[in-house]
Design a protein around this ligand. Structure first.
Ligand code: APR
Length: 311
């Protein structure tokens, strides 16, 4: 049987962490790609040297040459610049649209049958960029944001209640930005609706901390943005796709009429399997949730228009 092959473009903080988690989970062999000569090679070798210790059989290499990525089953794009304090994700757009556009095109040419997960920000606009430049069908291009936003929300609720994160289920809709829509109605703790355990005013504060979750880390790190949780989130999506698990995970997925929207990538609950985004699950939203989702969609559409001007 052929070995599974994963390309990770961008060997910075997020990319190297994706490679580390994917290798530790024995998801497949990893090819790390970066433009800085020596960095992907060095990190690739260092990571390969973890495999005898971890007892996993994965090959990891680093390169600047897309030829080495040929025939990948999955491509994860993390290339681009990250936020510094005071910057919003949207401030990254002009720089990252060029980088993500170029790397998506090259990675797609080398692996025409791959599924592509984007992590670079501003997320929803970068998924749109990668889709345009890859020429892939929209079901094979998706973005990692919802799993991370949900993980942050779950972490904060676990901290608040002093219970295990394992028992907390949550759902976040919309774009990966200030307009994201945490759906507290669908959040439960061991099957109990969260509203029965946390008063609404306090829950609102937790929702706001979730929205600001990325900025909180940027403010602490000062030199860059979060990478462990973003990488772990992308690897969870990758596992569902490569193992055809059909997990229901929030992802920035292409909408073709779902939620009354067309021709946009935005965060929704999706079934992730061997074909990529196999289905988008539609939920009944309250008038308030619907309005918040539409605000988020409008913000993403604004960024997509900026991408169209730059491509
Ligand atoms: N081709 C390949 N790699 C590139 C290219 C390119 N054209 N341009 C930049 N890179 C690489 C950089 O050389 C760097 O190693 O992308 C890497 C980015 O790494 P970091 O600066 O450490 O940034 P990171 O924290 O990994 O974030 C990457 O993910 O979460 C998002 O907002 C974040 O957009 C940012 C991205």
């Amino acid at each position: 049987m052929r070995r599974t092959k994963i390309t990770v473009v961008g060997a910075g903080n997020v990319g190297a962490s994706v490679a580390a988690y994917a290798s530790a989970a024995e998801l497949g062999d990893v090819v790390l790609v970066d433009i800085i000569d020596g960095v992907p090679q060095g990190k690739g070798l260092d990571l390969f040297e973890t495999t005898p210790v971890l007892g996993v059989d994965t090959k990891i290499i680093g390169t600047g040459d897309y030829e080495e990525t040929r025939g990948s089953d999955l491509v994860v794009i993390t290339a681009g610049i990250a936020r510094k304090p005071g910057m919003s994700r949207d401030d990254l757009l002009a720089t990252n649209v060029k980088i993500v556009g170029e790397v998506a095109q090259k990675a797609a040419a080398a692996s025409p049958d791959a599924i592509m997960i984007i992590i670079s920000n501003p997320l929803d606009a970068m998924v749109y960029t990668a889709w345009k430049k890859s020429g892939f069908s929209p079901r094979r291009v998706l973005g990692m944001a919802g799993v991370l936003d949900t993980a942050r929300f779950r972490s904060f609720i676990a901290m608040e209640l002093g219970v295990s994160v394992e028992d907390i289920h949550a759902l976040v809709l919309g774009g990966h930005g200030d307009t994201m829509v945490p759906l507290t109605r669908y959040c439960s703790v061991g099957g109990i609706p969260v509203s029965a355990l946390i008063p609404s005013g306090r829950l609102d504060q937790i929702v706001q901390r979730t929205r600001d979750g990325g900025a909180e880390i940027v403010g602490l790190l000062k030199t860059g943005s979060a990478y462990y949780a973003p990488a772990a989130s992308a690897v969870q999506m990758a596992a569902s796709i490569l193992r055809d698990k059909k997990r229901v995970l929030p992802a920035a997925a292409y909408l073709d009429g779902e939620y009354g929207q067309r021709d946009i990538f935005v965060g929704v609950p999706a079934v992730l399997g061997a074909l990529g985004v196999e289905r988008v699950l539609e939920l009944e939203l309250t008038a308030e949730e619907k309005a918040a989702f539409e605000r988020s969609v409008n913000a993403v559409r604004g960024l997509m228009a900026d991408v169209d001007k730059l491509l």
